[in-house]
Write a protein that binds this ligand. Structure first.
Ligand code: HAM
Length: 414
């Protein structure tokens, strides 16, 4: 075959489907408890939505967007993240007026043209939440605690939450001036840094090439206005009172322009590749900037593939244990129809002793030995065998695949 999945994309099957479903199931449970409702937005949007929301001088907009023209020459982009799309939907459906306290979650594919490596792909999945309309520190604290709870419920161990405040427009203005002055004094900046210095000096703090040159770079904390300082203190008090661990990380600036005040990232020590599992923050100006009524907002997203790498497989398997795998086999081909209708009956109604079963078989034209080999391979717990002699007496054989024992049972007892 000449075709392969495009670089940086993956077919998700076998164990990975189990892992992915487990995360999504957990997410739905946790979001429900926190009062977030699901929203699904298109996988592509007008490209300008992302350029405007994320910022011209960000890595995503400069280098990573999949942009294409449709037949009517509209410029569209595969979504690189969910916040801009959700904000667009929030405004389009006039929720900024009818439902200004909307709390939404989303699960889906995102697309970024990045250099693929473990935990970094060109098509990946995010599970995220956005809370609109609440400017109180409690909304920031809720999102951070929710993100932590979600990762813990998914089986991630040793999480570390880094938080910072980027201040409001006012504080940012003075911080920006200080940064420009500082960066102008640094010799030998890389080309990206030189390009960004004018447009968005904050981005230089993220530079993977020059970062080691920035030892004496000004810190945002020295430029926060009193309101922003108080706000950051209140958020920390709420986190502490909820028993939530975090560290203040003054270097944390995030790679997207829409953030105001709180930003955070949650990392784990259990994997060394791409260790940021979840990230987010407040973006109080975005709704207004893209045409809605001024509405504060805060949110986060986690990367499902990164969480999958950080979680031990036994966590996923434990989630499956509630479903017992049953295989329906036939020792004699002429019993296929009876075995088939029995399989359908137990799929619909379960077995008398256990409703949570997952049923495989019967398979036509295979020897019993081959059927049992297959049952073993897919780790079946019990095989129910239809054989002529027993069936005449209304019975089947039940083979316990774990200890290899076999008993006869009346069909009506199953
Ligand atoms: P982000 O930091 O760009 O933020 O992405 C969030 C998470 O998505 C990352 O922490 C990571 O786990 C995962 N991720 C990002 N890029 C990739 C990739 N190429 N391959 C695999 N996983 C990846 C956002 O997207 C913001 N929209 C988060 C947010 C929501 N802020 C406010 N609300």
């Amino acid at each position: 075959m000449n075709y392969k999945a495009p670089r940086g994309t993956h077919d998700i099957f076998g164990l990975n489907v189990i892992r992915m479903n487990f995360l999504e199931q957990k997410a739905k449970e946790v979001f429900m408890r926190y009062g977030f409702v699901e929203i699904r937005t298109p996988m592509f949007e007008e490209a300008a939505l992302f350029t405007r929301s994320l910022g011209q001088a960000t890595d995503i907009v400069e280098k990573q967007m999949y942009i294409f023209e449709d037949r009517k020459k509209r410029k569209l982009a595969l979504r690189p993240e969910g916040t801009a799309s959700l904000t667009r939907a929030f405004i389009e459906h006039r929720m900024d007026i009818s439902n200004p306290f909307g709390k939404f979650f989303y699960i889906g594919e995102m697309f970024r043209y990045e250099r693929p490596q473990a935990g970094r792909y060109r098509q990946f999945h995010q599970i995220g939440a956005e809370s609109f309309g609440n400017s109180a520190p409690a909304a920031d604290a809720e999102i951070i605690i929710l993100a932590q709870d979600l990762l813990v419920s998914m089986g991630v161990k040793e999480i570390k939450t880094h938080i910072n405040s980027l201040g409001c427009k006012k504080c940012r203005f003075f911080f920006r001036e200080a940064l420009v002055e500082y960066f102008n004094s640094v010799q030998g900046l890389c080309l990206d840094c030189i390009k960004r210095l004018d447009k968005n000096p904050l981005r230089l703090l993220d530079c993977k090439i020059d970062f080691y040159k920035f030892n004496k770079v000004p810190r945002i904390s020295s430029y926060l206005c009193n309101d922003c300082k108080d706000n950051f203190t209140l958020i920390q008090e709420l986190l502490k009172s909820a028993g939530c661990d975090y560290v203040v990380d003054e270097k944390l600036v995030r790679g997207l322009d829409y953030y105001t005040r709180t930003v955070f990232e949650i990392k784990t020590n259990t994997t060394d590749s791409q260790d940021t599992l979840a990230a987010g923050g407040r973006y109080d100006n975005l709704v207004e900037e893209i045409g809605g009524q001024s509405t504060p907002a805060v949110g986060f997203a986690l990367g499902s593939e990164r969480v999958m790498l950080a979680v031990q497989d036994n966590v996923f398997f434990d989630s499956l244990k509630q479903y017992e795998k049953i295989f329906v086999a036939i020792a004699d081909q002429e019993l296929f129809n009876e075995a088939f209708s029995f399989a359908i009956r137990i799929i619909r109604k379960g077995l008398k002793g256990n409703k949570n079963i997952s049923v495989f078989g019967p398979i036509n034209n295979k020897s019993l030995t081959n059927q049992l080999k297959f049952a073993d391979k897919i780790q079946v717990y019990k095989t129910i065998i239809f054989a002529k002699t027993e069936f005449k007496n209304g019975k089947v054989l039940i083979k316990n695949m774990k200890n290899n024992t076999q008993i006869e049972t009346l069909l009506i007892d199953l």
